[in-house]
Design a protein around this ligand. Sequence first.
Ligand SMILES: [Zn+2]
Ligand SMILES: [Zn+2]
Length: 80
Amino acid sequence: MARYTSTIDPVHADGTVCSHRRTSTGKPTQPGCSGRHEFIATCTGNGCTWKKTDPQKTVLEVLRDQHLRSHVTMPAPTTC
Ligand SMILES: [Zn+2]
Ligand SMILES: [Zn+2]
């Protein structure tokens, strides 16, 4: 059974993932870091290349959940 994993990462203005330490508001605290510009959500697994960016992490969490649900084939409810 295929497994899909989705991650949400902060990214710099140039699109590279920011793995630096930042303040809670996304301000840079380390040299070489331009601070958090927005977030990127990516899905990996079984050739899926879904990705979305948004300045708001909560927006991406909703989109990510919707996307992951699209990978799940829900069994049809059986009613007698
Ligand atoms: Zn950074
Ligand atoms: Zn996916």
